[in-house]
Write a protein that binds this ligand. Sequence first.
Ligand code: YXS
Length: 259
Amino acid sequence: MDLVLASNSDGIGVVTLNNPKKLNALSEDLIAQLIAALEKFYAEEVRVVILRAQPGSKVWSAGHDVHELPEGRRDPLSWNDPLRQLVRAIEAFPAPVIAMVEGGVWGGAVETVLACDMIIAAPQATFAVTPARLGVPYNVSGMMNFMSAASLRIVKELAFTARPIDALRAERVGMINHVIAAEELESFTFDMARVITENAPLSISVMKEQLRVLAGAKPISPRGFEKVQGLRQVVYDSEDYLEGIRAFKEKRRPLFRGR
Ligand code: YXS
């Protein structure tokens, strides 16, 4: 089944998340197809990519497929896990990737959208950072991506409340580029894409990689990294982590006990 649709015209590659039944949850299969689409666009030397859901989607993506989260005793967001591979594939793609957002963006899908170079959203779009909702210990590079997207205070509010914020607030705090009425969202996004296709691709791809390297150049000592990993292990080995996943599957509110 085509979990994503890919098309390319005039140097603009479009990837459409195409699993609305599962609210475009970022399953291993959907991510594999999304990365394959990016690889195809790389071979076709597209000048810009637009990442979107189907027009009128109420949910852009429900985030990591909860059914694919390991049930404890293993880091759920380690280097080789699909979500990490997807974020790196977007960041490393040698042309701008524009997230065109309608509907709700949840959990790991927020980081996926933030990994894009620009974000253009309809006013109804919302963004929810959900690790605390499920008891998940988000990973270091993911937290850095959140920190690059907004001030620390805003990141803390998003992470600690796990409540969605709407596109207008996201734009006000600088997390997204534009809020555009739903009926103009597509034309506005494609206009921006067309402008990019007329600029120098080598210059753009090098500036994109420079900005990635410079933005990611944060000092963290080996001891500091090991400490963070140790703290994260306490979380993914906790009863609360299992409770978060079980409560989701049983469609009930989780009862977190702090252990
Ligand atoms: O009951 P069925 O089989 O129809 O399935 C339901 C949901 O279980 C399923 N579904 C998901 N399946 C796997 N992974 C998901 N993330 C996921 N989200 C939803 O889709 C079917 C329809 O869901 P339903 O009935 O709740 O739809 P709704 O329209 O009432 O509500 C839409 C949402 C998105 C508000 C609701 O589905 C929801 O809150 N989903 C979970 C959003 C979330 O917390 N995502 C974070 C996943 S974990 C993650 O991304 C990272 C690990 S982290 O958390 O650390 O950032």
